[in-house]
Design a protein around this ligand. Sequence first.
Ligand code: ATP
Ligand code: MG
Length: 570
Amino acid sequence: MRATNLYAPTLRNTPAEAEIASHQLMYRAGLIRKSAGGMYTYLPLAWRTIRKIEQIIREEMDAAGGQEIMMPILQPSELWEESGRWGAYGAEMIRVKDRHGREFCMGPTHEEMITALVRDEVRSYKQLPLMLYQIQDKFRDERRPRFGVMRSREFIMKDLYSFDKDIAGMNESYRKMSVAYTNIFTRCGLNFRAVEADSGAIGGGHSEEFTVLAPEGESRIACCDACSYAASDEKAALRPINAPDEAELPLAKVATPHTSTIALLAEYLKIPVEKTIKAVAYQTEDDVLILAFLRGDHEVNEIKLVNAVPGARELRMADEEAIRAVGGCPGFMSPIGIKKGTHIVVDETAMRMHNAVSGANEADFHYTNVNPKRDFGAVTVADIRLVEEGDACPVCENGHLHIGRGIEAGQIFALGTKYSKAMGATFLDEAGKTQPLQMGCYGIGVGRTMAAAIEQNHDEHGIIWPRAIAPYEVVVVAVNAKAEEQLAYAEEVYEELRAAGVDVLLDDRRERAGVKFNDCDLIGYPVRIAIGPKTIENGTIEVKIRKSGALVNFARDTYLKGVQDMLAAL
Ligand code: ATP
Ligand code: MG
């Protein structure tokens, strides 16, 4: 490809809406353009990268036993009624009607459709295991689309589904996918961690996220410094912390004027924040009130809280009215004296406190000497705390958890029989008995992987593509394309590289050298070859490695091997 023919409109300025580096750079390097909120067109350079990522994914899926198919994007509501998700999926699902008034959704994921496909064909254990996948656009009307293709409303996903005759088989399929995902992100040249994850709206049992490490990433992950434990902050299990032993003192009510926050309270009573118990009040999508109580310095993990309340799906902050209706007083809450039947969830650590301070459900009053086990009555006790830097590892003896950030590029789920039971997808086992299929599902965001690669690999000048997914591996720049000799020489080098199988672009534009070099850095080709006056003079060919900035001069007869060696080392 020649840059004179390439549609790669680079920009000097960054659009205001692009908040993070990858989004800014994808715009500036001419990779994407916005079509509507959360919807983007991939331009030629980006599409080459997408195709390379997809190729890596296909190779690894096929190697693990996957077979590629393509399902429709539009899915009839009836299938989702069968699984119970037509109602449960919520506002993220884009719903449409056909001319007959029949309802469909634009597929946000394909568990229902594939389960329906397989239940009609798979009859016997002899047809198992089975792994089917597709690479296709998915639609999710995200509450807050942002960061360009990282969190968009239409996005490309690879989704594979596994079907097995028993749990051992499902676990083996899951293991194979875990290995395949590790291979994929390794081959893409990314620094990532596989972390234990919550299974969210997809449901089922065990799940892992593949998180590309990047300081601006939306995911918070906790990794142990002593063992291999790593989990998303939504999932990270925490050991309850025991408060130092103390003799229980009698409960007392004290006046605490103007202390509606934990900080004010601790200051007023001259006690450490660790001696206080705080409340956070939520309401579910069905307006059910949930009162969560934690040690004053701890934060609620809303995912754990949802999981601790049967039937709850989504939480929002509670209205004051709802709190007052059960006898609570915002800013001065305690489980003591709250109307019976209210959902109260107390964090395990808070439950182990002695002689603590909590609200008295009355403005400007608190209880002291609160001993939760003695005083709280019938409450749900659960780990509902958000992990913090330095928390004890839940798995090993001496390890501590450290918090990092990243981008979830893929997630795998051992689903079990959630969908097969709901939708009647069964087979006959060896004994001739009808059994539900054991399923797994495995997704990778292709566009998000590309964005994550940029977020992890860039500098102030632009993108630094990992070689495997660079739109072109090498660019040959005719420094002054108006100088006929330089252009002819560059063409020759370009043809030579092409003949040697190198993925190369020729920058033959009649632009100033500075403009072209800046574009090379911005677009981020791993290797840049400059054909300039020196080349014409004495055959010197200058090669620059984008990542290290290293410049090496080769002679005419050694440059090809030099470039190949450099690429191999990247
Ligand atoms: P998130 O938590 O970031 O919203 P998710 O957990 O809902 O994502 P999955 O259902 O696990 O997403 O989908 C599989 C993969 O699809 C994700 O790991 C991610 O790479 C990609 N993906 C999900 N939502 C989006 C989106 N809105 N834009 C781009 N890629 C997405
Ligand atoms: Mg996910």
